[in-house]
Design a protein around this ligand. Sequence first.
Ligand code: ACM
Length: 647
Amino acid sequence: MAFLIAAAFLTMSAQPQPISIIPEPAHVEARTGAFHLNSRTSIYAPDSLGDLAHYAQRCLAPATGFYFPIIDHRGPNTIEMRLDKHAEKLGPEGYFLEVDKDRVLIHAARPVGLFYGFQSLRQLLPPDIFRKARMQREWTAPCVYIEDSPRFGWRGAMVDSSRHFMPKEFILKFIDLMALHKLNVFHWHLVDDPGWRIEIKGYPRLTANASQTDFSEMNPTMAMRSINQKPGGFYTQDDIREVIRYAQDRFITIIPEIEMPGHSNAAISAYPELGNKQELEAAGIPVNFMGSYDNVYNVEDSTIQFLKNVLDEVMDLFPSKFIHIGGDEVWKEPWHENPKVQERMKALGLKNEEELQSWFIKQFDTYLTSKGRRLIGWDEILEGGLAPGAAVMSWRGIGGGIAAAKSGHDVVMAPNSDTYLDHYQSKLQSREPKAIGGYLPLSKVYAFEPIPAALSSEEAKHVLGGQAQLWSEFIPHPKHMEYMAYPRLCALSEAVWSPKSERNWQDFLTRLDVHLKRLSVLDVNFRPLNEDPKPVGQWKNGEVNDKFADKEWDITPALTNPGDYDVIFSYSWGEDRLDIQWIEIREDGQVVQRVEHLGRTGADNKDNAYRIHLDHIKPGAKYTLRASVRADGGDKSNGDIYIVPAR
Ligand code: ACM
C-alpha cells in the first residue's frame, strides 16, 4: 500500500504545472506532453547571444544544481534561443516559445524578445525553480506553443527613494521582479523634500547635508522611523552605475526623476541660495508657509544653471531618452511673495506664477532637447503651455493624459485612482499597515485601462503605456514596499502587457494562486490574497449629521456562527468623517452586547473597530447593530460597516 501511494505521488509530481503565466501571453496553445529539464539538458545559442544564454544558465542553476552547458548546435534536450527575422511581425519585444517533448525553442526578432520568452519558460516550470537552493534533478514544463508581444511599450513602476531611502540591494531585487513581470521602465524618484539621494560631484552638500533625513525625521509625530534602519542614505554614482547595468541586463530602462521647481526642500536646505527664504526675510516677510518648508526653487539664472549642472551629471549616468523633471505640486506662495521673483516675472513679460512655472519647465525642455534627450513631467507641466517635445505623466486622474494626447503630446497613464500602490488595499484600514489613504484593491488595478475612452484611435497612439507608483511617505521599509507592490504590480503588468481581449479577472486569480507561490519562493513579502467581505451596512450623505444619534442596521445574514467579531466602520467619501460613541448588538430587540468607546473614521482612523463576543446564534432571531454616530461637521459622509472574525 505504501508503495502504491509512493508510486501515485511520483506520477503526480511528474505531471507538468498548469500553464499560469503572468502577465497572460497574447496567444497560448496547450499541447500534450512535457519537456524534461534534467542532467541531459543544454542551452543552444550562438555566441552573439552569450549574455542571454549565461543569464538563463544562472537563473536555472541554483534550484536544479546544473550549470546547463551552452553549446553551438542542437543537442538531444536543448533550450534553443534563436534570432529570427520572421518574428518581426510580433514587434520589437515579441517572441515565440515552443515547448516540445524533446526541446524548447525561443525565437524572436531581438534579444529582448528572447529574454521575455525565457521569463515565460521559467513560469512554465514549478515555482520551486525560483529557489536559491538545489531542489531536485528532474523538472517538467508542459508542452505549449506561445506567441506573445506587449500591448504597450512603456510598462512602468516608480519607486520613491526620497521619502524613505530604499537600499540598493532592494532596488536590485525590485528590478529583478519587474523583469519577471515583463515590466520595462523603472522610474526612480531620487529627489524630494525629505532627502536628496543621488551623489552629484559638483554639489557635495546635496548628499552630505540633505540625505541623512527621511520623512519620519521631518514629521516626528508620525513615528514612522524605519525599523532597524538608519534614517536617510544616498546612492553613490558607482551605485547608480551598478543599478543601471543590472537593469540593462534585464532590458529595463531607468528614468531618473530630478524634481523641480517644487518638492525641492532638500536641495534648498543644502544650498539656501537656491530658495526664496533669504529674500523673503530680507524683505521683512515672515516665512511661515508649511512650517519650515521653503520648497520651491527661485528663478535666478544661477539656480537654473545649478539645475543644468545637476542634469549634466544625471545624463552622464543615465542613458535613458527621457529625463523626468517632476513639475508637480509647485506651490506658488514663495514666488508670489518673493520680490526678486516678481521682478523677474515682469521682466520676462509673464502674467502670473502659472506662466512662470511654464517658463521654468521650458528652460529645461530646451536644455534636455539640446542634449538629445526628452523631458517628461507630471501633468501640471501642461498648465501654461507645454514645450513641443515634452511628454506628460498623467497622475491627477486621466484628464491630463487626455489633454496631452489631444494636443499631440506623448503620455504615460499613471492615474492615482488606479495606479497609486501607496493607497490602502482594503477598506478594513485598521487591519492594514498605515498608508497615505485612498483605496485601491487588486481588482481595481487589474481593471486599469491605460487608453481613455475619450481618445480617438489616432490620439490613442500618444499613450505610451501605464505605470504604477510607490510613494514612500508611509512606506518606511523595503519589506513594507513589497507588501504594497505585490500582488498589485502583477495585476498592473497584465494591464500593460496583455491584449485587452485576453484579460479575465477570474482567470487571473487562478494563475495568481500559482504565481504567489513563486513570489513566496522569491521571498517577496506580498499581501496575501484577501478581498474585502461584503459590507453588512452603510451610511450615506444626509443620513447622519453633526449631533450624535442612534442608527440601526439589520445584520442577521452576517451572523451564522458564534464567536468573536470586529465591527468596523470604514469611511469612503464625502466631507465629514463618521464618529462613533458606542455600539450594541441586539437579538430580537434585546441588547446582547454593548461596546462603548469613541471611534473615529476617515484619514486618521482611530479605534473604529468594536470587538464583540457572541456565545450563541439563535436560529430564526433577528440581529441588529445599533450605534450612536455623528458626522464630523456636516452631513456629507458615506461609508461601509463590516463584521469580520476577530484576530
Ligand atoms: C504626485 O503624486 N505628486 C505626482
